[in-house]
Design a protein around this ligand. Structure first.
Ligand SMILES: Cc1cc2nc3c(=O)[nH]c(=O)nc-3n(C[C@H](O)[C@H](O)[C@H](O)COP(=O)(O)OP(=O)(O)OC[C@H]3O[C@@H](n4cnc5c(N)ncnc54)[C@H](O)[C@@H]3O)c2cc1C
Length: 479
């Protein structure tokens, strides 16, 4: 019998952890999920046009090479169906407790175990694995008068499907990745759309397309072809996109590509000026979408750049006056830098994680935190990416946690040693220095103090090497 494991969250990360535990013959785990289904991001983001911006042959598990993707960049329903299929195929469902939010995890030193408190009660576990995601808590802006709005209003990740947009005046606040995806279908339905943009983003076209029957059959039948297809994308993202973010050779070409896309799609010079970023490409998350610019060119769509003053009962008021609206969509992103902190996590010596992280979240390899024994984080601090598939990182982390289990079974609760954490901190700071994210732009990559606590600053090949197996010398053990 293996250790008992509490997994918090049933998105890609929580499911991956659960699958690997089962494969290792460990059945003594529970996946707590506050939502009504598995899928995480892909359960929550049902806005029109929702989809991935990394091709799904890469944005999927390496061990479950789904062969039936209908298109290169599938939409949310197809990705959610893939995750549900994985939960079934790998026998994870019986371990998942839906509609059960973890509110606290308190380390009981006398037992060397975690007291996990949920909306349904308290249970003891040897190990806690956080898989709460970085983009799972929608962030609403703090605009005066939001509560006074007469019409329907909602966040993009909480889409209100009962609100019909046909023939309505719609305001979309925000112009990042989610906004870029939902704006084309919303513009199509609405009588008029105002897009409120604070900062323009760099936009690259998305080379999407439905697979022709022959290509689909070939990708389905020839495993070698599918592996090669995935590998090709991976090498492209690592070899071309990553250097663009780290001041490498491709920064210029990627910028040129984005500018050429802007010039080709937005002939109106006034609108083009509004949409031209003044920060280096990659400083903020690059938007990958081919439908965004054409939608903004429509005569019934306006890009509003005057600052918003307040939300009025009848619309959105800017310094330029009132823009009437029947519906407001907040495409304003997520609280990415909060990580696990909304859960009350208390480690050894009564240390509170929220307090430990008051100057910014940090974790050794993004996975382990000193003084929090047998607590492991998936998609934790400094493991987000701006260029390739997060699933790659999640799989590295899950393999690492699986590698820790035999140690903690044999030698008792393990926690990362301060010296290893210090070395990690130094390494991270050094690598971060060359990244474009620091280059004087605002972005969700940064916490309130301006520290980049979300992103991994190196190539993912390096991360894979660093997380290949735990080094016992980096940890302290109870025995
Ligand atoms: C619209 C959108 C598009 C994206 N597209 C891409 C892409 O193309 N490529 C890419 O690499 N990444 C993309 N991402 C990032 C995406 O979040 C990750 O790729 C991946 O889905 C993260 O999986 P996860 O399991 O770590 O987190 P999530 O999918 O966010 O799942 C976390 C789960 O934890 C649950 N949870 C949180 N707190 C608690 C609690 N206290 N108790 C119980 N349950 C809890 C949540 O309900 C949720 O189900 C996108 C994100 C969004 C929002």
């Amino acid at each position: 019998m293996g250790p008992t494991v509490a997994i918090i969250g049933a998105g890609f990360a929580g499911l991956c952890m659960a699958i690997r535990l089962r494969e290792a013959g460990i059945r003594s785990f529970t996946v707590f999920e506050r939502g009504p289904g598995v899928g995480g991001t892909w359960r929550d983001n049902t806005y029109p046009g929702a989809g991935c911006d990394i091709p799904s042959h890469l944005y999927s598990f390496s061990f479950e090479r789904y062969t039936s993707w209908t298109r290169r960049y599938p939409g949310q329903p197809e990705i959610l169906a893939y995750l549900e299929m994985c939960a079934d195929k790998y026998g994870v469902r019986p371990h998942v407790r839906l509609n059960t939010e973890v509110t606290a995890a308190v380390y009981d030193e006398s037992l060397g175990r975690w007291r996990v408190r949920t909306s349904a009660g308290e249970e003891l576990f040897d190990v806690v694995v956080s898989a709460v995601g970085q983009l799972s808590r929608p962030r609403l802006p703090d605009i005066p008068g939001m509560g006074d709005f007469r019409g329907a209003s909602f966040h993009s990740a909480r889409w209100d499907h009962s609100t019909d947009l046909t023939g309505r005046r719609v305001a979309v606040i925000g112009s990042g990745s989610s906004a870029a995806q939902l704006i084309p279908p919303v513009a199509e339905a609405a009588a008029h759309l105002d897009v409120f943009q604070r900062t323009p983003n760099w936009v690259l076209p998305k080379p999407d397309g439905v697979f022709a029957p022959a290509a689909r059959t070939a990708l389905h039948r020839v495993p070698f072809l599918q592996r090669g297809y995935r590998e090709w994308f991976y090498r492209y993202t690592e070899g071309v996109l990553h250097p663009a973010l780290s001041g490498g050779w491709s920064a210029g070409p990627v910028r040129e590509r984005a500018l050429a896309h802007l010039r080709a799609r937005v002939p109106d010079p006034e609108l083009r000026a509004k949409l031209t970023p003044d920060h280096p490409v990659g400083c903020r998350r690059i938007v990958i979408d081919s439908g965004f610019y054409p939608a903004l060119m429509r005569p019934d769509v306006d890009v509003v750049t005057e600052p918003i003053v307040r939300v009025a009962p009848g619309g959105v008021e800017t310094t330029g006056g009132l823009r009437e609206a029947d519906v407001i969509v907040y495409a304003t992103g997520f609280d990415a830098t909060g990580f696990l902190s909304p859960v009350e996590v208390v480690g050894r010596g009564g240390r509170r994680l929220a307090e430990e992280w008051r100057d910014g979240a940090e974790a050794y390899l993004g996975i382990a935190v000193p003084r929090f024994p047998n607590l492991f984080l998936l998609y934790g601090p400094n493991t987000n990416l701006g260029h390739t598939s997060i699933i790659f990182m999640i799989e590295c982390q899950v393999r690492y946690v699986m590698g820790c289990l035999p140690y903690l079974v044999e030698r008792g609760p393990m926690e990362v040693a301060p010296a290893a954490m210090d070395a990690w901190r130094r390494r991270l700071a050094e690598a971060m220095g060359s990244m474009v994210w620091q280059a004087g732009c605002t972005s969700w990559y940064k916490d309130a103090a301006g520290r980049i606590t979300t992103n991994w600053p190196g190539p993912t090949t390096l991360y894979r090497r660093l997380t290949r197996a735990p080094r016992p010398s980096a940890f302290r053990f109870a025995r």
